[in-house]
Design a protein around this ligand. Sequence first.
Ligand SMILES: Cc1cc2nc3c(=O)[nH]c(=O)nc-3n(C[C@H](O)[C@H](O)[C@H](O)COP(=O)(O)O)c2cc1C
Length: 322
Amino acid sequence: MKTKITELFGIENPIIQGGMHHVGFAELAAAVSNAGGLGTITGLTQGTPEKLANEIARCKEMTDKPFAVNLTFLPSLTPPDYPGLIKEIIDAGVPVVETAGRNPAEYLPALKDAGIKVIHKCTSVRHSIKAQSIGCDAVSVDGFECGGHPGEDDIPNFILLPRAAEELEIPFVASGGMADGRSLVAAMALGAEGMNMGTRFIATQDAPVHQNVKEAIVNATELDTRLIMRSLTNTERVLNNEAVERLMEKEKALGDDLKFEDIIDEVAGVYPKIMHEGTMEAGAWSCGMVAGLVNDIPTVQDLINNIMSQADEIIKSKLQNF
Ligand SMILES: Cc1cc2nc3c(=O)[nH]c(=O)nc-3n(C[C@H](O)[C@H](O)[C@H](O)COP(=O)(O)O)c2cc1C
């Protein structure tokens, strides 16, 4: 399938794997890129510029197709070494960077001067327009359904995507709630040039996470995610579990007086325990409502093949017969 996104990134299928903390390692990124999509290594998960360079090198050993690195800009007292991470990305010749979090303007000149394509992930039309105005090549429009941080506007993709299409000149992909060929065709009908998936890619054989995480997604329904940290203006959609219930009790009790320190046990440093050790009650972890549509753990290659053939079937048989 040829779209503005496949042309921009030099990929076969308009399907992107979004950066995911402690999930986006070389194994998953390479599997997605080998299947004709755009895989993404999560920059901050690697820890240091040297470790990111090592992960990029590992990914290059597993694929000769284009892949991306995600750079998430978080408010932090001790910020990560972003210039160091960017230097490694440039030196390694990574062709695409997915930025997320706050406005990436400060780092764009270095990336653009190196010829890197930048896709910024954001959750509102106004942030998408801003990304376009500072020179991003594309946007990943993340609706309220999404796993991770949906922002504070709560606009679902059935409204957000056509609104983005009305305002943007650069191409965008639909992100949040995307699972299959139906999602892809619907996203394109709403104006997107492809789709970005997070949660769906975790429940694959290639995702380098514990089997318990994959099974938790398969067993979850669309009713099983919760929004946490709203009063901190850092809303995150996570899969419900004992730690999340505990955290929400604290939110209820403390209201607007809640501070990050009050919930530190439930959110800080929990990802390695969950993703790699499979200790599912260790804390809160991002998961999208789309878990309700995930019923299997295929290889990434089979997942992408199925998405593309289902999309083809819908376009050729269903839509053209109306
Ligand atoms: C476990 C998990 C971790 C994530 N970590 C990050 C991250 O570190 N940086 C980022 O930009 N997005 C992160 N995301 C968001 C995804 O890249 C993607 O935008 C989102 O999952 C799309 O929604 P979906 O889960 O409904 O497909 C994460 C999502 C999940 C499920």
